[in-house]
Write a protein that binds this ligand. Structure first.
Ligand code: ATP
Ligand code: MG
Length: 564
C-alpha cells in the first residue's frame, strides 16, 4: 500500500517526538472501536490516520475492541469490525486486543490509586453525584464520602467486586478537585456496579471500569506512543494524563483531530442502528448506508476509501465534507480501471426492418478508452435490439437529439439507424416497438459521406442479451445535514423516499453472463456498477449502481466532440 501523500499536524507532532527522542523514536498507535455497531466512513478516517501513521513511520498499530460497556456490545459487531478493517487493507499482526482482557489489571490499578489516597468509594447515587458536580459557572461540592480512610476504601471496593452491593449504590471515584474549571476533573467516576453479562467475560465481573479509566490504561499497557482520537475527547485529556501520572506508568501522548462529517448522511452508530432496527434500510450493509460494509456492498473499493480519507486531510476544525467528494474518488478510480459494457436498464424494443432476420454480426467494441491495453471485445448485433425507453420520444421536445420519428442516430460501435415508425399496444396506447432502418455503409459508427448525427445510443441485441436486476441509489437523506432538525423531530423525517429504485428487466451485453461476483463495470452512459456478491451467492444477478458518470455524452455532443 502506498504511503500517504499529505502531511498534517499529527505527523508534525510525531516528527518532533522522533527528533527529540521521545518514546525512543518508536511509533505505536491503535484503533479502539467500541463493538456496539458497524464501522462507518468516519471510522475509516480514524483507521486510515492511525494505521497510516504506523505504516509510514515503520511503526505498529493495534486493533483494540474497547469493550468495557457490557450492555450494548455484541460479538456480531466484533466480527464485522475485524472484517472491515482488514478489507480496508490494514494489518494488526497478532495484536488484536480487548480492553476486557485488562479487567484484572485495571482492577489492580484501581487498588493502587486507592492506596495512594487518590481514589475513594462513594455512596452517592448517580443523581446525587450530578447534583454535587456543580455547573460550568459554579464549583462542585465535595462528596461526604471523600475522606474515607484507605483501609475502608480498599475494603469497600473489594466488596463491590464481590457483589455485596446493589447496582448503582456505590462507585469508585478519583479524588481530584471538585472546583476544577474542567467538569471532567471533578472527582470522575472510575468504576460502577452493573450486573450485566459481558460478551467475553460473561458474569465474572459486576463492576466495570469507565471509559476514561480503561482507555488511558489500555493504551499504557499496550505501550502505545500516540493515542489519536477525535476532538470530543480533548476535555478528557487532563484526566487521561492525571491517571497515568498518579500511577507512574508508560504515558502515551493523546492527540485529537476533528471527526469526519459527511453531507446527506448520519455518522452516529446510535442513529445508524435505528435505521437498521426500524427497517428504514435493509441492514448494516445496505448499499445506501455510510458504513464500511454498506460502501463495500455498493461497490466502493478499499483504495477509493483510503484515497478519500487521505484527500480530506486532518484538522482541528469541524466541518462537513460533501458526499460528492467521496463519489468523485471512486469515479476517478473506476474511470481508469473499470471495463466498459452496454446495458439497457429500462428496455424498449427496436426492430431494424431492413436487417435480415436470423443474421448476427460481431462488432468490435473498446473495453476501456482510458486503458487501451484492455483491448477490444465483440458485441453481437441483430435485427431486434433494446434501447433505453428514455432515448426515444414520439413527439420530441425541442433540443431532443435522440431517437424520434424521422430522426437518425448512431448506435454505438454499430450503425446509423433512422426511425420510420412505432408499434403501439392497441389497448394501452403504449409504444411497444420502435421501427428503424439502418444504413449498412455506416458500419462501425461512421458515415463515409461525412454526414453527422447528434446522438449516440447504447443498445443490446435482444436475442443475445442476458437478464439482470439493476439497483439505482440516490442519497439516503434529502437534507445536507440530516441531524439538523427542530427539537422533537426525528432525523428520519429527512429520509429520501426515492433512495432506492429496483429495475428487474435490465438487459446486458452477453459477456456479462460470466462476470465474477464483486466485479465492476462502467455501463456506458449510465454509471459504474458492481455485481452484488451477496445476491450472487443466492443465485441472483443484481448490479448495484455505485455512482453515476459525471460527464455524460450529451455534454460532449454539445461541444461537438462526439465521436462514436
Ligand atoms: P459514534 O459516535 O458513531 O458512536 P464513537 O466515537 O462512539 O462513534 P467508537 O467505536 O468509540 O465510536 O470509535 C472508535 C474510534 O473512531 C474513536 O477513536 C473515534 O474517535 C473514531 N471515530 C468515530 N467516529 C468518527 C468520525 N466521524 N470521524 C473520525 N473518527 C471517528
Ligand atoms: Mg465512542
Amino acid at each position: 500500500m502506498e504511503k500517504s501523500i499529505t502531511t498534517n499536524f499529527i505527523r508534525d507532532i510525531i516528527d518532533e517526538h522522533i527528533r527529540i527522542g521521545r518514546f525512543g523514536g518508536r511509533v505505536h498507535t491503535r484503533f479502539p472501536p467500541e463493538p456496539n455497531g458497524y464501522l462507518h466512513i468516519g471510522h475509516a478516517k480514524a483507521i486510515c490516520i492511525s494505521f497510516g501513521i504506523a505504516r509510514d513511520y515503520n511503526g505498529l498499530c493495534n486493533l483494540r475492541m474497547d469493550d468495557t460497556n457490557p450492555e450494548k456490545e455484541e460479538s456480531e459487531y466484533v466480527n464485522a469490525i475485524i472484517e472491515d478493517v482488514r478489507w480496508l487493507g490494514f494489518d494488526w499482526g497478532d495484536r488484536l486486543y480487548y480492553a476486557s482482557d485488562y479487567f484484572e489489571k485495571l482492577y489492580g490499578y484501581a487498588l493502587e490509586l486507592i492506596k495512594l489516597g487518590k481514589a475513594y468509594v462513594c455512596d452517592l447515587n448517580a443523581e446525587q453525584i450530578r447534583d454535587f458536580r456543580g455547573t460550568l459557572t459554579e464549583p462542585g461540592k465535595n462528596s461526604p464520602f471523600r475522606d474515607r480512610s484507605v483501609k475502608e476504601n480498599l475494603d469497600l471496593f473489594e466488596r463491590m467486586r464481590k457483589g455485596e452491593f446493589p447496582d448503582g449504590s456505590r462507585t469508585l471515584r478519583a479524588k481530584i478537585d471538585m472546583a476544577s474549571p474542567n467538569i471532567i476533573m471533578r472527582d470522575p467516576v472510575l468504576y460502577r456496579i452493573k450486573r450485566e453479562n459481558h460478551h467475553r467475560t460473561a458474569d465474572k465481573w459486576c463492576i466495570y471500569p469507565m471509559y476514561d479509566f480503561a482507555h488511558c490504561l489500555s493504551d499504557s499497557i499496550e505501550g502505545i506512543t500516540h493515542s489519536i482520537c477525535t476532538l470530543e475527547f480533548e476535555n478528557n485529556r487532563p484526566l487521561y494524563d492525571w491517571i497515568l501520572d498518579q500511577l507512574k506508568v508508560h504515558h502515551p501522548q493523546q492527540i485529537e483531530f476533528a471527526r469526519l462529517n459527511l453531507s446527506h448522511t448520519v455518522l452516529s452508530k446510535r442513529k445508524l442502528l435505528q435505521l437498521v432496527q426500524d427497517s428504514n434500510v435493509e441492514g448494516w450493509d445496505d448499499p445506501r448506508m455510510p458504513t464500511i460494509s454498506g460502501l463495500r456492498r455498493r461497490g466502493y473499493t478499499p483504495s477509493s476509501i483510503r484515497n478519500f480519507c487521505d484527500s480530506i486531510g486532518v484538522s482541528k476544525v469541524d466541518s462537513i465534507v460533501d458526499i460528492t467528494v467521496l463519489e468523485n474518488t471512486i469515479r476517478e478510480e473506476l474511470n481508469k480501471s473499470a471495463p466498459r459494457a452496454m446495458a439497457v436498464i429500462k428496455p424498449l424494443k427496436v426492430v431494424i426492418t431492413n436487417y435480415p432476420e436470423g443474421k448476427t454480426e460481431e462488432l468490435e467494441a473498446i473495453n476501456n478508452p482510458e486503458d487501451l491495453s484492455a483491448g477490444t471485445r465483440k458485441v453481437p448485433f441483430s435485427r431486434e435490439l433494446y434501447i433505453e425507453q428514455e432515448d426515444f420520444q414520439e413527439t420530441p421536445p425541442p433540443k431532443f437529439f435522440r431517437l424520434s420519428p424521422g430522426k437518425e442516430v448512431r448506435l454505438r460501435y454499430a450503425y446509423f439507424v433512422k426511425c420510420i415508425g412505432v408499434v403501439k399496444d392497441p389497448k394501452t396506447g403504449q409504444i411497444i416497438e420502435v421501427h428503424c432502418t439502418y444504413d449498412p455503409a455506416t458500419r462501425g459508427g461512421d458515415a463515409p459521406d461525412g454526414r453527422k448525427v447528434k446522438a449516440t445510443l447504447h443498445w443490446v441485441s435482444a436475442r443475445h442479451a442476458i437478464e439482470a436486476e439493476v439497483r439505482l441509489y440516490e442519497l439516503l437523506f434529502t437534507a445536507r445535514n440530516p441531524n439538523d432538525v427542530p427539537e422533537g423531530v426525528d432525523f428520519r423525517s429527512n429520509l429520501n423516499p426515492k433512495s432506492l429504485e429496483i429495475l428487474k428487466e435490465a438487459r446486458l451485453e452477453p459477456f456479462l453472463k460470466d462476470a465474477p461476483p464483486g466485479s465492476r463495470y462502467q455501463f456506458e452512459r449510465l454509471g459504474y456498477f458492481y455485481l452484488d456478491p451477496v445476491f450472487a451467492k443466492a443465485g441472483k444477478r443484481v448490479f448495484n449502481r455505485i455512482v453515476t458518470l459525471k460527464d455524460s455524452w450529451a455534454k460532449e455532443a454539445k461541444k461537438g466532440l462526439e465521436k462514436r
